[in-house]
Design a protein around this ligand. Structure first.
Ligand SMILES: Nc1ncnc2c1ncn2[C@@H]1O[C@H](COP(=O)(O)OP(=O)(O)OP(=O)(O)O)[C@@H](O)[C@H]1O
Ligand SMILES: [Mg+2]
Length: 135
């Protein structure tokens, strides 16, 4: 399969998720991630993409290589123009959910990442950056 990085994929409903998983899987493999890192990547990508479907309804993910200080990795940027998160500090804590979830998606993705940034503005949207370096 042809690997295209950087690549941006729209996330607008549950049916978008398999394509996102496939693209992230391919990008990780092409960088030579091992099974453990590949699993971390897929878990985080699934959670962050699913959050867009559940809470923002429409957004996108950009998959790109990341390089610096002699290392290579993968950067996933999830962006949406949804309602935003009014209390980001709480949203980053285990167990906080405004829906029916376990409230583990965001804090879990952060724990899996080597670098994790989240920015959210109520009424404007949310942007999450997840980076995993090749070890
Ligand atoms: N993209 C987003 N836009 C708006 N709100 C969001 C977004 N992502 C997360 N949230 C808010 O942050 C809360 C915490 O998200 P998190 O993924 O940690 O838990 P959850 O989705 O509720 O449950 P789980 O992921 O464990 O199934 C959500 O309940 C939701 O209120
Ligand atoms: Mg979630």
């Amino acid at each position: 399969m042809t690997e295209q990085v950087p690549q941006t994929l729209r996330i607008d409903d549950e049916a978008s998720l398999p394509a996102v998983r496939r693209a992230v899987d391919e990008a990780g493999r092409s960088l030579g991630f091992g099974l453990v890192d590949q699993t971390k990547l897929m878990t985080a990508a699934s959670e962050l993409a699913r959050n867009i479907v559940l809470y923002a309804w429409d957004g996108k993910v950009t998959i790109e290589h990341s390089a610096g200080a002699g290392r290579r990795g993968l950067r996933l940027t999830f962006e949406d123009g949804g309602p935003g998160i009014s209390d980001l500090e709480r949203a980053m804590q285990d167990g906080y959910s405004t829906g029916k979830g376990m409230g583990l998606g965001l804090p879990g993705a952060k724990r899996l990442a080597h670098e994790f940034f989240i920015d959210s503005k109520p009424g404007i949207g949310t942007r999450v950056v997840f980076v995993l370096w090749r070890r």
